[in-house]
Design a protein around this ligand. Structure first.
Ligand SMILES: [Mg+2]
Length: 340
């Protein structure tokens, strides 16, 4: 069902160009694999890193296992807050809701607030913001005001908590990079007032879009979508990431080093499993760096890069498994198209 729709969407809408039937069939297989790889790769990285969270960097030759455990005693294959916070974004897109509509962003904040009531691992900054909001009926402006208040009280708000959940935003804007840049920042701003968090989400979402549509790694393409005053700074950060290893970014709770660690893992990795293992070996916020890396690497390598042993155990809030995530990613990509 979804495959047919994705074929139609891919050929008629997403590419925004005329292509022949034979090319369309060939291309459909690849883009479907890459679309669904976004959430699957993210969840795989999240669950892989969960058992190593807050641990030290690991040697290059140490195997990384989907073992669960960690400080929150996760089950093997269970994803954490990173993927859980991405799910309401994917669901909104799957419903055909417009992420640029304030009402849609309010519904996402409501879902986060409900999830946070029982989740064991809500990040400090996100918990502070959601704690200032009602569990139902919050608006985009309510969330932005709360995020700013937390920023003022804590003196900073450039944690990695908005970047970790940003991947599904790209699925709704595969044919609209300008719209994607705008919405990625607005979704980040719901909890993270610091514009560097928004910058990171813009760069990452544009890279995911490019990986899905063109099958290419490209983080620098998004630089032009950032404010001019910060473009060269981010360009130099990307240079440093490519010349370093994930373990070199030990302050990866900061959105900048989380992005650098994830990009380092991607640029040095040779497969989805290799990328995610490199991200986890970087240590500290392992689940989040691997979830960030997995959103983009999953788009690049496609859902086929997720090993069958991982597919069998992946699961998490709100009662989804691997198949449910794949279906959600396809529906999110499909649901983003009709509104345009
Ligand atoms: Mg986490």
């Amino acid at each position: 069902m979804i495959a047919g729709y994705v074929l139609e969407v891919a050929c008629a809408s997403l590419v925004n160009r005329t292509i022949g039937t034979a090319e369309c069939f060939f291309w459909e297989v690849n883009i479907k694999d890459r679309m669904t790889g976004v959430l699957a790769g993210m969840a795989a990285g999240d669950a892989l890193g969960a058992g190593y969270e807050f641990g030290p960097a690991l040697p290059d030759d140490e195997a990384v296992a989907m073992r669960g455990g960690g400080v929150f005693n996760w089950a093997p294959g269970e994803w954490t807050d990173d993927t859980s916070m991405a799910v309401p974004i994917g669901r909104a897109l799957a419903r055909g809701d417009d992420l640029a509509a304030p009402a849609t962003l309010g519904l996402i904040v409501d879902e986060w607030a409900v999830w946070a009531q029982t989740a064991p691992d809500v990040g400090n900054q996100t918990r502070a913001v959601l704690g200032m909001l009602a569990t139902q009926g919050s608006s985009e402006d309510d969330a932005r005001r709360a995020a700013e208040a937390v920023h003022r009280s804590q003196g900073q708000s450039a944690g990695n908590g908005s970047l970790m959940r940003t991947a599904p935003v790209a699925l709704g804007y595969l044919d609209d990079p300008a719209g994607l840049a705008s919405v990625a920042r607005r979704v980040s701003d719901l909890t993270h007032f610091d514009p560097e968090a928004g910058d990171a989400c813009v760069l990452w979402c544009l890279a995911i879009r490019r990986a899905v549509v063109d099958g290419e790694h490209s983080l620098r393409d998004g630089l032009s979508a950032l404010p001019a005053a910060r473009q060269s700074l981010w360009a130099s950060r990307i240079d440093v990431a490519e010349a370093s290893q994930p373990r070199d970014f030990e302050h990866n709770g900061w959105v900048v080093e989380a992005l650098q660690g994830a990009w380092s893992a991607i640029t040095h990795g040779s497969s989805l499993v290799d990328v995610l293992s490199r991200a986890v070996r970087g240590g500290n916020d392992t689940d989040t760096v691997a979830a960030i890396a997995g959103g983009l690497a999953g788009a690049y390598y496609g859902v086929g890069g997720v090993p069958s042993a991982w597919r069998e155990v992946l699961h998490g809030w709100p009662g989804l498994d691997f198949g449910g995530l794949v279906e959600l990613a396809g529906a999110a990509a499909l649901g983003g198209a009709p509104r345009r």
